[in-house]
Design a protein around this ligand. Structure first.
Ligand SMILES: *Cc1c(COP(=O)(O)O)cnc(C)c1O
Ligand SMILES: [Zn+2]
Length: 401
């Protein structure tokens, strides 16, 4: 249980990111009741601005729940907490020097419960759903979301079914089973798992935790944005590089910056949000550079980075709008480049990065070479998970280095 005793939240309403329809946050919702688009949480930030002090919140010992008033849970007693959030923002001087970037940080999310930043989203989504009476969850996953959902469901005394591709990382299957989840292996990609989970939710009334098909995982992930700003002394970085699958973190971090400006915590400057995808599965890359506002299904998706094996993100419009509104871009990197970067991060900085996280460093190399990032800019790369969840990838012979 977190230490903050306040039950205060400025939670106000839910708003559809597609059609703008608003709805009550105190009923259980998945997507927009009118159009089926993703719902986002809105807070009474005008009042919060006069009552909240950024440094007082940041100084709390409650990690993710430091930002409690800007999260959707009404009663502290409903919080399902495993110590998530509060992850270090580590300066990466050696890598920065080698790439030609003077101010580079890696936010190391691999130290979260279950070894990835999926813990943030699940902590908030499962706490809030339990508060609203849910006891049975179902989640489709490429891997880490299933492990996190299983852990938080176990901790919250709820039941969960995890639908994952049969080639999902063994660690994810093992951690989900260990936490008592019913694991269903699917012959196909996360898109096939999503269809199966949606059917199970429909037929049995279980709550579907799919990315952006419920409003609260984004809220958990937005706390990365608050932390980054605080850890940089409330100075906004020039660019944030994020390995994008379903897009929850990208959307969440961007939302956090808008909220911080409305709260008077930062000025109008915003980071460029830069997505990185795998060469073998790059629906956002293709849509962005074709000038489209939606993604086509990527045929034959393949990459060893399971978190990036998302052939068509549900929140495609929001992802593309975030990239464009922020002046950002999308790059792709090969699996070989991810592996080289993974070894580099381990050898030069001592950090255990997953392939997805390593992809951000491989992307930075491309961005610097092509002049899209300048040497004096402040750049934050997200390492979204621990490399130890797939230790075979860390073996030297796997990267040909
Ligand atoms: C899920 C996942 C991603 C992609 O995150 P989204 O917020 O869904 O885009 C990246 N890296 C890792 C390790 C993941 O588990
Ligand atoms: Zn709508």
């Amino acid at each position: 249980m977190p230490i903050s005793k306040t039950d205060k939240t400025y939670l106000d309403h839910l708003a559809c990111s597609d059609c703008g329809e608003t709805t009550s946050p105190d009923a259980l919702h998945t997507t927009c009741p009118s159009c089926g688009g993703p719902l986002l949480v809105r807070y009474d930030l005008d009042t919060a601005r006069t009552e909240l002090d950024r440094d007082r919140l940041a100084a709390r010992p409650d990690r993710l729940w430091n930002w409690r008033e800007l999260l959707p849970v009404r009663e502290t007693a409903h919080i399902v907490d495993l110590g998530e959030g509060g992850m270090p923002l580590l300066e990466a001087q050696r890598i920065g020097q080698a790439l030609g970037v003077m101010h580079l940080w890696i936010k190391d999310e691999g130290l979260n419960p279950t070894g990835s930043f999926k813990a943030r989203g699940m902590a908030v989504a499962i706490s809030r759903a339990i508060e609203l009476g849910v006891r049975d969850f179902v989640v489709p996953t490429a891997g880490n979301a299933g492990g996190a959902a299983a852990a938080y469901s176990a901790r919250g005394g709820a039941r969960v079914r995890v639908d994952m591709p049969k080639d999902a990382p063994l660690a994810n299957r093992a951690e989900a089973e260990a936490a008592g989840a019913e694991v269903v292996l699917v012959d196909g990609l996360i898109s096939a798992a999503s269809a199966l989970a949606a059917r199970h939710a429909r037929e049995h009334g279980w709550f579907d935790l799919s990315t952006l098909r419920e409003p609260y995982r984004v809220e958990g992930k937005k706390t990365m944005g608050y932390e980054i700003a605080h850890q940089l002394g409330w100075r906004v970085p020039d660019g944030i590089i994020y390995p994008t699958g379903g897009g929850t973190g990208l959307i969440g971090i961007w939302k956090a910056f808008a909220e911080m400006e409305a709260l008077g915590w930062i000025d109008a400057k915003r980071p460029r949000m830069i997505a990185v995808q795998a060469e073998g599965c790059a629906p956002v890359y293709r849509a962005f550079h074709a000038g489209l506002n939606h993604c086509e299904m990527w045929a034959d998706a393949h990459t060893e980075a399971a978190g990036l094996r998302v052939p068509r993100p549900f929140a495609d419009k929001l992802i593309l709008a975030t990239l464009r509104d922020s002046g950002g871009t999308v790059v792709t990197v090969s699996d070989a480049a991810m592996k080289r970067a993974q070894h580099w991060i381990a050898r030069h900085e001592g950090m255990s990065a997953c392939l997805e996280g390593a992809a951000t460093i491989a992307a930075l190399d491309i961005l610097i070479q092509s002049g899209q990032v300048r040497p004096d800019e402040w750049i934050v790369c997200l390492n979204t998970g621990s490399g130890l969840k797939e230790p075979h990838q860390l073996r030297r012979d796997s990267a040909h280095v």
